[in-house]
Design a protein around this ligand. Structure first.
Ligand SMILES: Cc1ncc(COP(=O)(O)O)c(C=O)c1O
Length: 419
């Protein structure tokens, strides 16, 4: 986390002390570093060297408008999975013709909206979706550009909830049926085949599964050529992991360099697309949370904080480990071992287990590497208000999402009419 550093006893985001943000904005609060996001994106870009490429940031990882705006300014492309994400990208200044649209359940309205907007490519995930897209394009008198998302049946060696490239998952078209799907696409009048796509999972910490998937895609491109189908781009998806604890994934530059090597040595000069999410924003964010109470039950110490699984779901959902550190280091109390628990009425509302911390009640903690799959997975469970989000730029910070209010929480609901 190069842009989150401790100076003396204080933790900073770029040149802003996180304690200043906690005091002025309150907690829980997500804080992002613009410089870290930019640096992560540029690392990908540099990894490609001169090979033609598109970095399609996976909006699902963090869809705050300010985050998307930073990436749009860098010239990023975007990978979306819903009409909501499409509107966000457009509002943030992203170009429609730099968008690829993945997702197993694209609705009629979503396909229609994306066609009207003029997106670059639909990553189609079933033969039925191809037919639906063709019909909608016909009605709009448009041609829909597509890649078939194939399922390369590669074990990404990650948590089962985020492995998407095994043949029994719901994602994509199985590899054995890919040619048949492309044949079908070829005869549909309002479909134009432009690419081949895959995405094998998330938080992948080795290069090997990506390389295996890429080799399968390259073989498919050759077979398609034999069918008279000429592919214009290869999309290998996202999924590169980050270091939360002891993981040691390859750097994005290393991964991309080895992918480009495989493409080029196979004699292929097609543009390579990637769809990174976590590795662009994961280490660019922290979640600030205040200790409300310190207590111990049956000899076990608890730091009860004001952020819960409704704010950050990863620990409860995947048993994920994220580092938890105090904003201000103390030398006036002895360290003790705590379970860091949230306010939600679930025993599983555990943000960190058995962490050694020198803290007092009311101290603020930072949960590290919370920029990806953090705020976007938050909810109002227990009628808790969603947290604020802040972007740091150098020595300034900006609130890029206001903390939710009780009125906003209740705005869409109504009582039944009186009898
Ligand atoms: C189709 C697709 N592309 C890209 C991503 C981004 O993955 P990650 O955030 O692990 O890079 C995902 C997330 O699972 C995805 O489903």
């Amino acid at each position: 986390m190069a842009f989150f550093q401790r100076r003396n006893a204080e933790l900073y985001a770029e040149h802003v002390a996180l304690s200043t943000i906690a005091e002025q904005v309150g907690t829980p609060c997500y804080v992002y570093s613009r410089a870290q996001i930019e640096s992560n994106w540029r690392d990908y870009d540099q990894g490609f060297g001169t090979h033609p490429h598109s970095i399609c940031y996976a909006v699902k990882a963090n869809s705050n408008l300010a985050v998307l705006g930073v990436l749009a300014e860098l010239g990023s492309w975007f990978d979306i999975v819903s009409a909501g994400e499409l509107e966000r990208v457009l509002l943030a200044g992203g170009r429609a013709d730099h968008i690829v649209f993945s997702g197993v359940a694209k609705t009629h309205d979503e396909l229609q909206r994306a066609l009207r907007a003029g997106i670059h490519c639909f990553d189609v995930e079933s033969v039925e979706e191809l037919s639906r897209l063709n019909r909608i394009a016909q009605n709009l008198e448009q041609i829909a550009p597509v890649a078939v998302r194939v399922n390369p049946d590669v074990d990404a060696k990650t948590h089962p909830y985020i492995a998407t490239g095994l043949k029994q998952t719901k994602f994509g078209v199985s590899f054995d049926e890919a040619i048949a799907a492309y044949r079908k696409a070829k005869v549909l009048n309002n479909i134009q085949i432009i690419g081949v796509a895959a995405h094998i999972g998330s938080q992948i910490t080795e290069a090997a599964p990506f390389l295996s998937a890429l080799e399968r895609l390259l073989a498919l491109v050759k077979d398609l050529k034999g069918e008279g189908i000429h592919i214009k781009h290869l999309d290998i998806g996202g999924g590169l992991g980050i270091r939360y604890h002891t993981e040691s994934p390859p750097s994005s530059q290393q991964l991309i360099a080895s992918l480009v090597h495989v493409v080029q040595t196979s004699g292929c000069s097609l543009p390579l697309y990637v769809e990174p999410g976590r590795s662009i924003v994961g280490n660019a964010g922290v979640l600030l949370t205040k200790i409300e109470y310190l207590k111990s039950n049956a000899g076990k110490n608890y730091a009860v904080v004001d952020a819960g699984l409704n704010d950050l779901l990863r620990p409860a959902l995947y048993g994920a480990w994220q580092n938890i550190v105090p904003l201000r280091q103390r030398s006036d109390v002895e360290p003790a071992t705590y379970d860091i628990v949230g306010p939600v009425c679930e025993t599983g509302d555990l943000l960190g287990s058995q962490r050694k911390l020198a803290v007092c009640s009311q101290d603020v903690l930072a949960i590290a590497d919370a920029g990806a799959y953090g705020y976007v997975m938050s909810s109002n469970y227990n009628s808790r208000l969603r947290s604020a989000e802040v972007m740091v730029i150098g020595d300034q910070f900006h609130i890029v999402r206001k903390r939710e209010t009780i009125n906003e929480l209740l705005a869409a609901e109504s009582l039944l009419p009186a009898n």
